[in-house]
Design a protein around this ligand. Sequence first.
Ligand code: 0GY
Length: 316
Amino acid sequence: MAHGDTTGGFTKTEGWLDWYDGPSTPAFRMPEGAVDAHCHVFGPGAEFPYAPERKYTPCDASADQLFALRDHLGVDRNVIVQATCHGADNRALVDALRRSEGRARGVATVRRDVTAEQLADLHEAGVRGVRFNFVKRLVDRVPTDSLAGIVEKIAPLGWHVVIYFEAEDLPELYDFFSSIPTDVVVDHMGRPDVTKAPDGEEFGLFLRFMRENPNVWTKVSCPERLSVRGPRALVGERHAYTDVVPFARRVVEEFPDRVLWGTDWPHPNLTDHMPDDGLLVDYIPQVATTADLQRKLLVDNPHRLYWADSDTTEGA
Ligand code: 0GY
Protein backbone atom coordinates (compact mmCIF):
# COMPACT_ATOMS: atom_id res chain seq x y z
CA MET A 1 0.00 0.00 0.00
CA ALA A 2 1.34 3.43 -0.87
CA HIS A 3 1.80 5.92 1.92
CA GLY A 4 2.27 9.67 1.77
CA ASP A 5 1.12 12.05 -0.93
CA THR A 6 2.69 10.40 -3.94
CA THR A 7 2.09 7.18 -5.78
CA GLY A 8 4.42 5.95 -8.50
CA GLY A 9 5.67 9.47 -9.14
CA PHE A 10 2.14 10.91 -9.25
CA THR A 11 0.63 13.15 -6.58
CA LYS A 12 -2.48 11.60 -5.10
CA THR A 13 -5.73 13.54 -5.07
CA GLU A 14 -5.91 15.63 -1.92
CA GLY A 15 -7.58 13.77 0.93
CA TRP A 16 -7.29 10.42 -0.87
CA LEU A 17 -8.05 7.46 1.41
CA ASP A 18 -5.73 4.51 0.78
CA TRP A 19 -7.17 1.00 0.79
CA TYR A 20 -7.05 -0.83 4.13
CA ASP A 21 -4.33 -3.47 4.25
CA GLY A 22 -5.47 -5.35 7.37
CA PRO A 23 -8.85 -6.82 6.35
CA SER A 24 -10.48 -9.07 8.93
CA THR A 25 -11.17 -12.73 8.27
CA PRO A 26 -14.81 -13.03 7.27
CA ALA A 27 -17.18 -15.22 9.26
CA PHE A 28 -19.00 -16.18 6.03
CA ARG A 29 -17.34 -19.03 4.13
CA MET A 30 -17.40 -18.46 0.40
CA PRO A 31 -18.74 -21.34 -1.74
CA GLU A 32 -16.14 -23.01 -3.94
CA GLY A 33 -15.49 -21.05 -7.12
CA ALA A 34 -16.72 -17.70 -5.72
CA VAL A 35 -16.06 -14.64 -7.87
CA ASP A 36 -15.36 -11.04 -6.82
CA ALA A 37 -17.02 -9.54 -9.91
CA HIS A 38 -16.15 -5.88 -9.32
CA CYS A 39 -12.65 -4.79 -8.42
CA HIS A 40 -9.91 -2.66 -9.95
CA VAL A 41 -6.16 -2.36 -10.26
CA PHE A 42 -4.49 1.06 -10.06
CA GLY A 43 -1.10 1.24 -11.76
CA PRO A 44 1.35 0.92 -10.20
CA GLY A 45 1.75 4.39 -11.65
CA ALA A 46 5.49 4.01 -12.23
CA GLU A 47 4.81 1.05 -14.55
CA PHE A 48 1.34 1.87 -15.87
CA PRO A 49 0.93 5.67 -15.80
CA TYR A 50 -2.42 7.19 -14.91
CA ALA A 51 -4.28 8.73 -17.86
CA PRO A 52 -3.86 12.45 -18.57
CA GLU A 53 -7.65 12.91 -18.72
CA ARG A 54 -8.28 11.29 -15.28
CA LYS A 55 -10.44 13.07 -12.71
CA TYR A 56 -8.54 11.66 -9.71
CA THR A 57 -5.11 10.21 -8.90
CA PRO A 58 -5.39 7.18 -6.62
CA CYS A 59 -3.10 5.22 -4.35
CA ASP A 60 -1.37 2.43 -6.29
CA ALA A 61 -3.17 -0.94 -5.98
CA SER A 62 -1.39 -3.68 -7.88
CA ALA A 63 -2.52 -7.02 -9.26
CA ASP A 64 -0.43 -8.89 -6.68
CA GLN A 65 -2.11 -6.94 -3.89
CA LEU A 66 -5.52 -7.76 -5.40
CA PHE A 67 -4.66 -11.46 -5.63
CA ALA A 68 -3.50 -11.46 -1.98
CA LEU A 69 -6.89 -10.03 -0.97
CA ARG A 70 -8.63 -12.64 -3.15
CA ASP A 71 -6.88 -15.43 -1.28
CA HIS A 72 -7.48 -13.87 2.13
CA LEU A 73 -11.23 -13.55 1.53
CA GLY A 74 -11.66 -17.08 0.18
CA VAL A 75 -12.50 -15.82 -3.32
CA ASP A 76 -11.50 -17.99 -6.28
CA ARG A 77 -11.61 -15.52 -9.17
CA ASN A 78 -11.86 -11.81 -10.01
CA VAL A 79 -13.52 -9.65 -12.59
CA ILE A 80 -11.28 -6.60 -12.93
CA VAL A 81 -13.04 -3.48 -14.18
CA GLN A 82 -11.06 -0.78 -15.93
CA ALA A 83 -11.01 2.28 -13.66
CA THR A 84 -11.49 5.76 -15.07
CA CYS A 85 -8.08 6.89 -13.76
CA HIS A 86 -6.58 4.75 -16.56
CA GLY A 87 -8.91 6.13 -19.26
CA ALA A 88 -8.92 3.83 -22.32
CA ASP A 89 -5.36 2.64 -21.67
CA ASN A 90 -6.03 -0.96 -20.64
CA ARG A 91 -2.38 -1.99 -20.10
CA ALA A 92 -2.57 -2.36 -16.31
CA LEU A 93 -5.78 -4.37 -16.68
CA VAL A 94 -4.33 -6.65 -19.36
CA ASP A 95 -1.17 -7.22 -17.33
CA ALA A 96 -3.26 -8.24 -14.30
CA LEU A 97 -5.40 -10.58 -16.42
CA ARG A 98 -2.37 -12.29 -17.90
CA ARG A 99 -0.78 -12.77 -14.50
CA SER A 100 -3.98 -14.23 -13.03
CA GLU A 101 -3.48 -17.45 -15.03
CA GLY A 102 -7.13 -17.65 -16.05
CA ARG A 103 -8.48 -16.66 -12.63
CA ALA A 104 -9.47 -13.16 -13.72
CA ARG A 105 -11.61 -11.73 -16.50
CA GLY A 106 -11.75 -8.07 -17.46
CA VAL A 107 -14.05 -5.25 -18.44
CA ALA A 108 -12.22 -2.67 -20.56
CA THR A 109 -12.77 0.89 -21.69
CA VAL A 110 -12.45 1.40 -25.43
CA ARG A 111 -12.97 4.29 -27.81
CA ARG A 112 -15.22 4.18 -30.82
CA ASP A 113 -12.26 3.86 -33.20
CA VAL A 114 -11.01 0.66 -31.53
CA THR A 115 -9.91 -1.85 -34.17
CA ALA A 116 -10.94 -5.48 -34.56
CA GLU A 117 -7.34 -6.46 -33.91
CA GLN A 118 -7.23 -4.53 -30.62
CA LEU A 119 -10.49 -6.14 -29.53
CA ALA A 120 -9.15 -9.59 -30.42
CA ASP A 121 -6.04 -8.94 -28.29
CA LEU A 122 -8.20 -7.84 -25.36
CA HIS A 123 -10.37 -10.93 -25.75
CA GLU A 124 -7.35 -13.18 -25.77
CA ALA A 125 -6.17 -11.54 -22.51
CA GLY A 126 -9.54 -12.28 -20.87
CA VAL A 127 -11.66 -9.19 -21.49
CA ARG A 128 -15.37 -10.00 -21.87
CA GLY A 129 -17.03 -6.58 -21.67
CA VAL A 130 -16.74 -2.82 -21.99
CA ARG A 131 -17.73 -0.22 -19.45
CA PHE A 132 -19.77 2.89 -20.22
CA ASN A 133 -19.56 5.46 -17.44
CA PHE A 134 -22.15 8.19 -16.95
CA VAL A 135 -21.05 9.47 -13.54
CA LYS A 136 -20.23 13.12 -14.15
CA ARG A 137 -17.53 13.47 -11.49
CA LEU A 138 -15.60 10.58 -13.12
CA VAL A 139 -15.72 11.18 -16.87
CA ASP A 140 -16.75 13.58 -19.60
CA ARG A 141 -19.93 12.30 -21.21
CA VAL A 142 -19.50 10.33 -24.47
CA PRO A 143 -22.39 10.78 -26.94
CA THR A 144 -24.71 7.79 -27.11
CA ASP A 145 -24.20 7.34 -30.87
CA SER A 146 -20.47 6.75 -30.19
CA LEU A 147 -21.38 4.22 -27.52
CA ALA A 148 -23.82 2.51 -29.90
CA GLY A 149 -20.93 2.28 -32.38
CA ILE A 150 -18.83 0.50 -29.76
CA VAL A 151 -21.68 -1.92 -29.02
CA GLU A 152 -21.81 -2.88 -32.70
CA LYS A 153 -18.11 -3.76 -32.57
CA ILE A 154 -18.13 -5.78 -29.34
CA ALA A 155 -21.41 -7.67 -29.79
CA PRO A 156 -19.98 -10.23 -32.26
CA LEU A 157 -17.38 -11.21 -29.63
CA GLY A 158 -20.17 -12.17 -27.21
CA TRP A 159 -19.15 -9.35 -24.85
CA HIS A 160 -21.51 -7.37 -22.63
CA VAL A 161 -21.74 -3.72 -21.55
CA VAL A 162 -21.25 -2.59 -17.95
CA ILE A 163 -22.99 0.69 -17.17
CA TYR A 164 -22.31 3.01 -14.24
CA PHE A 165 -24.73 5.83 -13.51
CA GLU A 166 -26.45 7.62 -10.63
CA ALA A 167 -30.14 6.82 -9.92
CA GLU A 168 -31.24 10.37 -10.73
CA ASP A 169 -29.95 9.96 -14.30
CA LEU A 170 -31.83 6.74 -15.10
CA PRO A 171 -34.98 8.45 -16.49
CA GLU A 172 -32.88 10.28 -19.11
CA LEU A 173 -30.81 7.22 -20.01
CA TYR A 174 -33.59 4.59 -19.78
CA ASP A 175 -34.33 4.37 -23.53
CA PHE A 176 -30.67 4.21 -24.54
CA PHE A 177 -29.94 1.51 -22.00
CA SER A 178 -33.02 -0.46 -23.12
CA SER A 179 -31.81 -0.31 -26.72
CA ILE A 180 -28.50 -2.13 -26.01
CA PRO A 181 -28.85 -5.59 -27.56
CA THR A 182 -26.08 -7.37 -25.61
CA ASP A 183 -26.20 -8.34 -21.96
CA VAL A 184 -25.97 -5.23 -19.77
CA VAL A 185 -24.58 -5.17 -16.22
CA VAL A 186 -25.46 -2.26 -13.93
CA ASP A 187 -22.88 -1.25 -11.35
CA HIS A 188 -24.00 -0.96 -7.73
CA MET A 189 -27.77 -1.31 -8.39
CA GLY A 190 -27.76 2.01 -10.24
CA ARG A 191 -26.61 3.83 -7.08
CA PRO A 192 -29.92 4.27 -5.22
CA ASP A 193 -30.36 6.95 -2.57
CA VAL A 194 -30.89 4.59 0.37
CA THR A 195 -32.60 7.27 2.45
CA LYS A 196 -35.54 6.73 0.07
CA ALA A 197 -37.84 3.70 0.28
CA PRO A 198 -36.81 0.50 -1.53
CA ASP A 199 -40.41 0.30 -2.79
CA GLY A 200 -40.48 4.00 -3.71
CA GLU A 201 -40.48 5.68 -7.11
CA GLU A 202 -36.72 5.94 -7.63
CA PHE A 203 -35.74 2.35 -6.90
CA GLY A 204 -39.04 1.25 -8.48
CA LEU A 205 -37.82 2.61 -11.80
CA PHE A 206 -34.63 0.58 -11.51
CA LEU A 207 -36.60 -2.59 -10.71
CA ARG A 208 -38.87 -1.88 -13.67
CA PHE A 209 -35.79 -1.48 -15.89
CA MET A 210 -34.62 -4.94 -14.85
CA ARG A 211 -38.09 -6.45 -15.23
CA GLU A 212 -38.62 -5.03 -18.72
CA ASN A 213 -35.14 -5.97 -19.95
CA PRO A 214 -34.27 -9.62 -19.32
CA ASN A 215 -30.74 -8.98 -20.67
CA VAL A 216 -29.99 -6.63 -17.73
CA TRP A 217 -27.99 -7.86 -14.73
CA THR A 218 -26.77 -5.92 -11.71
CA LYS A 219 -24.00 -5.97 -9.12
CA VAL A 220 -25.30 -5.82 -5.56
CA SER A 221 -22.01 -4.20 -4.63
CA CYS A 222 -20.78 -1.09 -2.85
CA PRO A 223 -22.88 -0.96 0.32
CA GLU A 224 -19.98 1.06 1.73
CA ARG A 225 -20.51 3.68 -0.98
CA LEU A 226 -24.31 3.76 -0.78
CA SER A 227 -24.73 3.56 2.98
CA VAL A 228 -25.58 6.59 5.07
CA ARG A 229 -25.46 4.62 8.30
CA GLY A 230 -21.96 3.37 7.54
CA PRO A 231 -20.16 0.29 8.82
CA ARG A 232 -21.61 0.41 12.33
CA ALA A 233 -22.87 -3.05 13.21
CA LEU A 234 -26.46 -2.91 14.41
CA VAL A 235 -27.61 -6.51 14.49
CA GLY A 236 -24.50 -8.59 15.09
CA GLU A 237 -20.96 -7.43 15.31
CA ARG A 238 -20.22 -8.28 11.67
CA HIS A 239 -23.49 -6.92 10.16
CA ALA A 240 -22.50 -3.60 8.61
CA TYR A 241 -24.17 -1.25 6.10
CA THR A 242 -27.61 -2.48 7.15
CA ASP A 243 -29.45 0.45 5.52
CA VAL A 244 -28.47 -0.91 2.07
CA VAL A 245 -29.61 -4.46 2.81
CA PRO A 246 -33.33 -4.03 1.90
CA PHE A 247 -32.36 -2.77 -1.58
CA ALA A 248 -29.88 -5.54 -2.35
CA ARG A 249 -32.00 -8.31 -0.85
CA ARG A 250 -34.95 -7.26 -2.95
CA VAL A 251 -32.90 -7.44 -6.16
CA VAL A 252 -31.31 -10.79 -5.24
CA GLU A 253 -34.71 -12.31 -4.49
CA GLU A 254 -36.49 -11.01 -7.58
CA PHE A 255 -33.63 -11.59 -10.06
CA PRO A 256 -31.55 -14.42 -8.56
CA ASP A 257 -30.06 -15.40 -11.92
CA ARG A 258 -28.96 -11.87 -12.91
CA VAL A 259 -27.02 -10.65 -9.89
CA LEU A 260 -23.29 -10.44 -9.18
CA TRP A 261 -21.30 -9.43 -6.10
CA GLY A 262 -17.97 -7.61 -5.82
CA THR A 263 -15.75 -5.87 -3.28
CA ASP A 264 -14.99 -2.74 -5.35
CA TRP A 265 -11.44 -2.96 -3.94
CA PRO A 266 -9.45 -0.64 -3.75
CA HIS A 267 -12.52 1.54 -3.21
CA PRO A 268 -11.79 4.73 -5.16
CA ASN A 269 -13.04 8.12 -4.09
CA LEU A 270 -14.45 7.23 -0.69
CA THR A 271 -14.15 10.21 1.60
CA ASP A 272 -15.63 9.21 4.95
CA HIS A 273 -14.15 5.79 5.68
CA MET A 274 -12.22 2.94 4.06
CA PRO A 275 -14.03 -0.38 4.40
CA ASP A 276 -12.74 -3.59 5.89
CA ASP A 277 -13.14 -6.03 2.97
CA GLY A 278 -13.78 -8.84 5.47
CA LEU A 279 -16.96 -7.04 6.55
CA LEU A 280 -17.99 -6.68 2.91
CA VAL A 281 -17.89 -10.49 2.63
CA ASP A 282 -20.06 -10.75 5.73
CA TYR A 283 -22.56 -8.48 4.01
CA ILE A 284 -23.30 -11.30 1.52
CA PRO A 285 -25.46 -13.54 3.74
CA GLN A 286 -27.51 -10.49 4.74
CA VAL A 287 -28.63 -10.01 1.13
CA ALA A 288 -28.50 -13.59 -0.20
CA THR A 289 -30.06 -15.46 2.66
CA THR A 290 -29.98 -19.07 1.44
CA ALA A 291 -27.18 -21.31 0.18
CA ASP A 292 -28.97 -21.52 -3.17
CA LEU A 293 -29.08 -17.72 -3.60
CA GLN A 294 -25.47 -17.43 -2.47
CA ARG A 295 -24.29 -20.02 -5.01
CA LYS A 296 -26.09 -18.22 -7.84
CA LEU A 297 -24.77 -14.80 -6.79
CA LEU A 298 -21.18 -15.83 -6.21
CA VAL A 299 -20.58 -18.79 -8.51
CA ASP A 300 -23.18 -19.72 -11.12
CA ASN A 301 -23.98 -16.24 -12.43
CA PRO A 302 -20.43 -14.87 -12.80
CA HIS A 303 -19.19 -18.13 -14.28
CA ARG A 304 -21.98 -18.02 -16.87
CA LEU A 305 -21.19 -14.43 -17.82
CA TYR A 306 -17.39 -14.54 -17.75
CA TRP A 307 -16.12 -18.12 -18.04
CA ALA A 308 -18.80 -19.86 -20.14
CA ASP A 309 -16.30 -20.33 -22.95
CA SER A 310 -13.68 -22.00 -20.76
CA ASP A 311 -15.38 -23.75 -17.82
CA THR A 312 -15.36 -27.50 -18.18
CA THR A 313 -16.21 -30.24 -15.72
CA GLU A 314 -12.52 -30.13 -14.76
CA GLY A 315 -12.69 -26.39 -14.00
CA ALA A 316 -11.39 -23.32 -15.82
C1 0GY B 1 -16.33 2.13 -8.52
C2 0GY B 1 -16.78 3.48 -8.30
C3 0GY B 1 -16.14 4.64 -8.57
C4 0GY B 1 -15.05 4.82 -9.48
C5 0GY B 1 -14.80 4.12 -10.59
O1 0GY B 1 -13.64 3.71 -12.53
C6 0GY B 1 -13.75 4.45 -11.56
O2 0GY B 1 -13.07 5.46 -11.40
O3 0GY B 1 -15.51 3.06 -10.90
C7 0GY B 1 -16.65 5.85 -7.92
O4 0GY B 1 -15.88 6.81 -7.72
O5 0GY B 1 -17.87 5.89 -7.58
O6 0GY B 1 -17.13 1.29 -8.90
O7 0GY B 1 -15.15 1.84 -8.35
